[in-house]
Design a protein around this ligand. Structure first.
Ligand code: HAM
Length: 461
């Protein structure tokens, strides 16, 4: 066997010299990134209300839930939403992964849904294929109230139907959802921006009009003029709004097919008694739309109005992405904006069921037993509260009365050894001792079985 080499000690002097100099740690910044927010427990009832209402409505209207990744290849968005749009040009969170893929955080949900539609061959499903999705989207915009860099959308998309009855139904779903949240006053704006055929002539007409007003347009609109002239109509700058007041309108330049489509849509909306206004300046900020576009605006008289949601047809998007020719229509609502409006009009948030039983314990043995007892109650659909960390019975009873429970169960040393529990009626103050085996049945009876609350787990957004 070879002799092990003698390990030579490094001279102390050298150790000192070669010691690594650690870089100073960057200080932790203990706050969310600009334009992003925590959704704290006190705000969750509003989120719950929106989640529950939209999930219920999506089921009622035949939309199936789909969840797609937050990250996609960035060119998916660039090609669908459009290279020249603010979203793609200025607002996307784009980066290259360690593996070299160019990816982006999704700035909206429709592009991912279309990718999934093609990838999973949904074209063979009976039409229309109706998809519902919700979740966070990312836009690097200038944050202000109602405008965030991370916001949540509720999104409905329907594929495979050209008939304007679907446009009307989709608008009806948006209307129904907002109304069901307790928001009664809002405005639906509709417009038609035509198809590729009629848009071409209209675009030329618009560009020559905008040329004549070039000096009166903001810097952004001057550059938009060439590659995205329709967006100039939608500019929020006062001077641009004035300059485009006399601009030609897309609805006056629709081809026969688009005109009939729009007329039929309006007839369906009338039939449904859905109030709407035609806004000939409505063009939307995403390039994939054709024919119908619509937006829903909050109804506040005073102060700033917000777009609660928007959508429209995108009949060529699936084909342009490489799928079959598939007409489609959809919309998204902004959750934070819905919540701002719900709060403003004092709409009711979701009220979660409250525990009606409190489990108090005294002594270390009882504490151990109560852990199992709590789980037994939960398994039997009896929602209970506890404060296991608290020692004194007095402080536990205080917690129980603060929660307004109807029954408090007390488990002390004696009861633990006897296999019993004290059941205290918090309204009358009457106490009785019952055996642990019978406890669940007795509690159920006391709370009347039909009003016993069962836990519901709601799916996260
Ligand atoms: P969008 O109009 O860009 O449409 O966004 C939909 C809604 O999301 C807006 O009406 C607004 O309520 C909310 N929203 C947009 N940006 C922000 C932001 N920075 N902060 C807070 N809320 C915001 C779309 O995204 C389309 N994908 C809708 C669609 C679905 N079209 C067809 N299917």
């Amino acid at each position: 066997m070879p002799k092990p080499k003698k390990i030579q000690k490094t001279p102390k002097k050298l150790v000192k010299k070669t010691r690594l100099v650690r870089p100073a740690l960057e200080p932790l910044v203990l706050r969310t990134l600009r334009g992003m927010k925590d959704i704290l427990p006190e705000d969750q009832p509003y989120w719950d209300q929106i989640r529950r209402t939209s999930e219920r409505l999506s089921r009622d209207w035949g939309f199936f839930r789909i969840d797609t990744p937050l990250l996609e290849f960035s060119n998916l968005f660039a090609r669908s939403i459009g290279e020249g749009t603010d979203i793609v040009e200025k607002e996307m969170y784009t980066f290259t992964t360690r593996g070299g893929d160019k990816v982006a955080l999704r700035p909206e949900l429709t592009a991912g849904n279309c990718r999934a539609y093609i990838q999973h061959g949904m074209n063979i499903l009976p039409k229309p294929v109706k998809l519902f999705s919700s979740g966070p989207v990312y836009r690097y915009d200038r944050p202000q109230e109602g405008r965030y860099r991370e916001h949540y959308q509720i999104n409905f998309d329907a594929f495979g139907e050209l008939d304007p009855i679907l446009d009307a139904q989709v608008i009806q779903v948006a209307h129904r959802l907002i109304q069901s949240l307790g928001i009664k006053t809002f405005q639906i704006q509709v417009n038609s921006i035509g198809c590729a055929d009629c848009r071409k002539d209209y675009r030329d007409l618009l560009i020559s009009y905008l040329e004549s007003k070039k000096n009166k347009l903001c810097q952004d609109c001057r550059s938009r003029m060439e590659n995205n002239p329709l967006r100039v109509l939608d500019c929020k700058e006062d001077k641009c709004a004035q300059a485009v007041a006399g601009a030609p309108q897309s609805i006056d330049h629709l081809c026969e097919e688009c005109r009939t489509h729009f007329r039929n849509l309006l007839e369906y909306l009338d039939e449904l008694d859905l109030p709407y206004i035609i806004n000939p300046r409505l063009v939307r900020g995403l390039d994939y739309y054709t024919k119908t576009v619509f937006e829903i605006w909050s109804g506040s008289e005073e102060g700033k109005k917000n777009a609660l949601g928007g959508g429209g047809r995108y009949d060529k998007l699936i084909k342009n992405m490489g799928g079959e020719d598939t007409p489609a229509i959809g919309f998204a609502l902004g959750v934070e904006r819905l919540i701002l409006e719900m709060k403003r009009v004092q709409a009711k948030p979701y009220r979660a069921p409250k525990p009606r039983v409190f489990l108090a314990q005294l002594g270390s043995l009882a504490k151990k037993k109560s852990l199992r007892l709590f789980s037994e109650l939960e398994k039997n659909g009896i929602m209970a509260a506890e404060s296991f960390g608290r020692g004194s019975l007095k402080s536990q009873l205080k917690s129980a009365s603060r929660l307004g429970v109807e029954i408090t169960l007390i488990l002390g040393q004696k009861e633990t050894l006897d296999g019993t529990v004290i059941v205290k009626n918090m309204i009358t103050g009457v106490q009785e001792t019952v055996s642990v085996e019978k406890l669940v049945d007795i509690i159920k009876k006391k709370l009347k079985t039909d009003s016993v609350v069962v836990h519901h787990i709601t799916q996260g957004m």
